[in-house]
Design a protein around this ligand. Structure first.
Ligand SMILES: *Cc1c(COP(=O)(O)O)cnc(C)c1O
Length: 384
């Protein structure tokens, strides 16, 4: 096992900007209007159009969008929100911002890392206000079943769509199945701009609340006052500052044009990974092949039948082959902040997956040659 000295390291994710992205940002900087102006409005319109929803509200992060969605669902002290634990911590953290309690639900299993609707149903109590679905890697969680369940119990369904721009279930895009869909434009996501997020909704009331709360609870912004569509403002809620600036909105607008092409290339890479790695002894490749065309192919996850082999495999890939890997995800209920607040949570399928999962490199401009190196290294190390 020797490091291939001259070959470049293969990162987990790599972000590439094109000249048109840089031009769009430079033009915005030259315009002198740097936040919440025409680019934000244009990006919101374009994103809503590609998603097929009535409203898109840009905010500073997906975490901010989740917080606003929970507030719009009326989540407050004493309430419960059912969330998966197999997710990034922000999904649950934002419940705590509202003074409410996250109630963790288990996943379906190693072949489907989405939340199990039967386990969600079993956890509904009179205090439950909302249910959150995460579309892991952009593969659809069962939002059709969760929507029916939420409708039957008068609960809000919130989609954490951080992984899943332009992914779908049937003909309907993910992020449009519930009361609100929350997207992330963080650096390593499918539509990256460094930072940023968006709340999508068909509800006029939810959109209105999100627009007010993202800017201090004000009834108008400085762009409206600048363009004389509003004279003054009132503050109608103790709002937040969750605004997104114009250069990032310009970058997002520019990148949005390449979104479908980049997802197509991601799917091609994931299809090749799936074909090659699903036959490697000891490797589980989650989700059926047919689900790939629905997905945004955000990350490539594999699970090891023997989770005890994970530390050595990850170390060998990094030290011996220059290949970076990650874990999507450590279970949220097992983090210190959650173990201390909510002890005794037991989610066997989530806990097993969080010990067995390895996330391997994937990005649209990954070469076939680099992908071949990743596959060969995994084959070799697991055969050792
Ligand atoms: C990245 C991510 C978030 C948080 O997104 P930010 O834009 O960084 O706030 C929330 N949920 C999931 C599932 C994520 O992957």
């Amino acid at each position: 096992m020797t490091a291939t000295g001259s070959a470049p390291q293969i990162p987990l994710f790599d972000l590439r900007l094109e000249p048109e992205d840089l031009d769009a940002v430079a033009q915005t900087l030259r315009s002198g209007w740097l936040t919440m102006g025409p680019r934000a409005a244009a990006f919101e319109e374009a994103f809503a159009a590609q998603l097929g929803c009535r409203h898109a509200v840009v905010v500073s992060s997906c975490t901010a969008a989740l917080h606003l969605a929970y507030l719009a669902a009326g989540v407050g002290p004493g309430d419960e929100v059912i969330v998966p634990s197999y997710t990034f911590a922000a999904t649950a953290n934002a419940v705590i911002y509202c003074g409410a309690t996250p109630v963790f639900a288990d996943i379906v299993g190693p072949h489907d890392l989405g939340v199990d609707p039967d386990d969600v149903a079993a956890r509904i109590t009179p205090r439950t206000k909302a249910v959150v679905a995460v579309h892991f890697a952009g593969y659809p969680a069962p939002v059709d079943r969760l929507r029916a369940l939420c409708d039957a119990h008068g609960l809000a369904l919130v989609e954490d769509a951080a992984h899943s721009p332009s992914a779908r279930l049937g003909e309907r895009k993910l992020g449009t199945w519930g009361m609100a869909g929350c997207f992330s434009f963080f650096s390593n996501k499918v539509l990256p701009a460094g930072e940023g997020g968006l709340l999508a909704t068909d509800s006029d009331e939810v959109a209105e609340l999100a627009r007010r709360w993202r800017s201090h609870g004000m009834t108008s912004g400085s762009w409206e006052r600048h363009t004389r569509t509003a004279g003054g403002y009132d503050v109608i809620a103790p709002g937040l500052n969750y605004r997104l600036d114009e250069p990032r909105c310009a970058l997002l607008l520019s990148r949005l044009e390449r979104l479908e092409a980049e997802i197509a290339r991601r799917r091609q890479l994931v299809a090749a990974y799936r074909e090659r790695l699903s036959v490697v002894p000891g490797v589980i490749v989650p989700y059926p092949d047919e689900a790939l065309e629905l997905s945004s192919a955000y990350v490539m996850a594999i699970l090891l039948e023997d989770p005890d082999r994970r530390p050595a495999l990850r170390q060998a890939l990094l030290a011996g082959h220059g290949i970076q890997t990650s874990i999507f995800y450590p279970a949220v209920h097992e983090f210190t902040a959650y173990r201390e607040r909510f002890p005794g949570v037991s989610l066997p399928r989530t806990e097993w997956a969080s010990r067995a999962e390895v996330t391997i490199p994937l990005y649209p401009h990954m070469t076939d040659e680099d992908q071949d190196r990743v596959c060969s290294a995994i084959e070799r190390e697991l055969a050792a």
